[in-house]
Design a protein around this ligand. Structure first.
Ligand SMILES: [Zn+2]
Length: 55
């Protein structure tokens, strides 16, 4: 391993609206666009163990 400095270049999707857990890109389940053009995402929250909308 290199220096203890952690790489933080992994983009976050957002946070769990229920528990505040940071949701990494790898937790993304699906993304889609709503009828009004806004992208929506479902991510698997590792703390809640269920799909949430990152915020
Ligand atoms: Zn959660």
């Amino acid at each position: 391993m290199g220096p203890s400095k952690r790489r933080t270049d992994q983009p976050l999707l957002g946070r769990c609206p229920d528990c505040g857990q940071e949701l990494l890109r790898e937790t993304l389940l699906i993304s889609y666009r709503t009828a009004n053009g806004w992208p929506k995402m479902f991510a698997q929250c590792p703390a809640c163990d269920e799909p949430v909308h990152p915020e």
